[in-house]
Each structure stands twice: as C-alpha cells, then as structure tokens.
Design a protein around this ligand. Structure first.
Ligand SMILES: [Zn+2]
Length: 114
C-alpha cells in the first residue's frame, strides 16, 4: 500500500492510474501475469469484479490440473524410467519447468519405447 494523492491505495492501482488510465468505478485490477506483487503496467488490467472472480477461479483450476498432471507424470516416471532409464532426464527437465508438455513427454516416451 502507498500513500498517493491523500489516499492509501495499492501500488498497482496507482501505477495503473498514472501510466495506463482511469480505473472505471467499481473495477478491480487484475494481474495478467498472476504475480500479485507485480506493478508492471503491461501486466495490469482494469476489469469488472465478476470477470476478476472468473479469472481467479480459472487460474485455481489450472493450478489443480497441473498439480494432478505433475503427480501423474511422477508416477509415470517411476514406472517408465525403471524400464527406460534414458527417459529420466527428459521427464525431470519437464517437471521442473513452468509448463508440463504432456504431449511432448508422451511422444518422447513412445520414442524411448519404440
Ligand atoms: Zn507482472
């Protein structure tokens, strides 16, 4: 929170107003990069609360889906790498990244299996 124009407000709201434009009445600022502390004006979007809630829910669902995917790949990795040890590097590389290219891993696994 920062003190700006005699009001205490969040830094991203100040940045948005100063560098992007007015925030419509009742609108909230969404961090499109999902990093709550970010104040990069390119990552800020003024949206209606209903849309903000919808995006927040969608992102939470996406996190759950990825967590499940990660567990599934971890199980797959134990089973598969016991047979094809070379595939461990591919899988652990994919698991440590921000994205989990399951289709690509599946493709690689088929190549190892092929
Ligand atoms: Zn950001």
């Amino acid at each position: 929170m920062v003190r700006h124009e005699r009001r205490t407000q969040t830094i991203h709201r100040v940045v948005y107003r100063e560098l992007v434009g007015e925030i419509p009445e009742g609108f909230e600022i969404d961090h499109t990069c999902t990093e709550k502390l970010c104040a990069n004006p390119r990552h800020l979007e003024a949206i209606a609360p209903a849309e903000h809630h919808r995006r927040t829910r969608e992102r939470a669902n996406e996190r759950c889906r990825r967590r499940e995917e990660r567990r599934r790949i971890a199980r797959l990795s134990d089973v598969c790498t016991s047979v094809y040890p070379e595939s461990r590097a591919t899988l652990s590389g994919a698991l440590s990244g921000p994205d989990f290219p399951v289709a690509e891993i599946g493709h690689q696994m088929r190549l190892f299996a092929g």
